[in-house]
Design a protein around this ligand. Structure first.
Ligand code: DX5
Ligand code: ZN
Length: 220
């Protein structure tokens, strides 16, 4: 299969040693670092904010893929961009003016992406795709790591791959939630080129990270 980029979600890392964890996954072959930002309002969990992103920035040169599960979004865009986010992805349901939000992310110097929840149709992208560098398909309902992959989302990945190819632009197509070595293959076959993996990266502790990432890339 085509080798996907792997973006480990640090939601499954040891929060008491985040800098060390980020260095470990960098060394183990992570391509991007996925940062799940949750506010206890848009999703039923609370994680981290821009201060933590900023603190982690010196620990790796890999792109930070910052997934905002917060509402409102706009007041926090500059803070995340200044903290060192490379990609900032947002849910259309989290703000009333998503098109403007995507433009604000680019204006802040980051690369904008849109995230589609399992219940959100691919059609949502019709008037947004020209604004984004990344489309993220959720294969679980957002809020928690360690959930099971929702297979119906593969059809959506296939549909979005066609939409992206029609634009002729290099837009990444990423899948997030329940990705393991087995579901990774299905995502890549459906057209994804970036895979988020929390539990599947961090399971077994630091000694396993390189093997876990290799398995997700289909290299073992
Ligand atoms: C869920 C998050 C995911 C999550 C993935 O809301 O967006 O990034 O951490 O975790 P796993 O890979 O364990 O499903
Ligand atoms: Zn995520």
């Amino acid at each position: 299969m085509t080798t996907p980029l792997i973006s480990p979600s640090i939601l499954s890392a040891d929060f008491a040693a985040l800098g060390e964890e980020v260095r470990a996954i960098d060394k183990a072959g992570a391509d991007w670092i996925h940062v799940d930002v949750m506010d206890g309002h848009f999703v039923p969990n609370i994680t981290i904010g821009p201060a933590v992103v900023k603190a982690l920035r010196p620990h790796t040169d890999k792109p930070f893929d910052v997934h905002l599960m917060i509402s409102p979004i706009d007041p926090y865009i500059d803070a995340f961009a200044e903290a060192g986010a490379d990609f900032i992805t947002v849910h259309p349901e989290a703000g009333p003016h998503i098109h403007r939000t995507l433009q604000a992310i680019r204006a802040a110097g980051a690369r904008p992406g849109v995230v589609l929840n399992p219940g959100t149709p691919a059609k949502m992208l019709d008037y947004l795709i020209d604004e984004v560098d990344l489309v993220l398909v959720m294969s679980v309902n957002p809020g928690f790591g360690g959930q099971s992959f929702i297979h119906s989302q593969l059809k959506k990945v296939e549909a979005i791959r066609k939409m992206i190819d029609r634009t002729g632009r290099a837009i990444h197509l990423e899948v997030d939630g329940g990705v393991n070595a087995e579901t990774a293959r299905l995502c890549v076959d459906a057209g994804a080129d970036v895979l988020v993996a929390g539990s599947a990266t961090f399971k077994g502790g630091p000694d396993r990270y390189a093997a876990n990432i290799a398995a997700l890339k289909g290299q073992s």
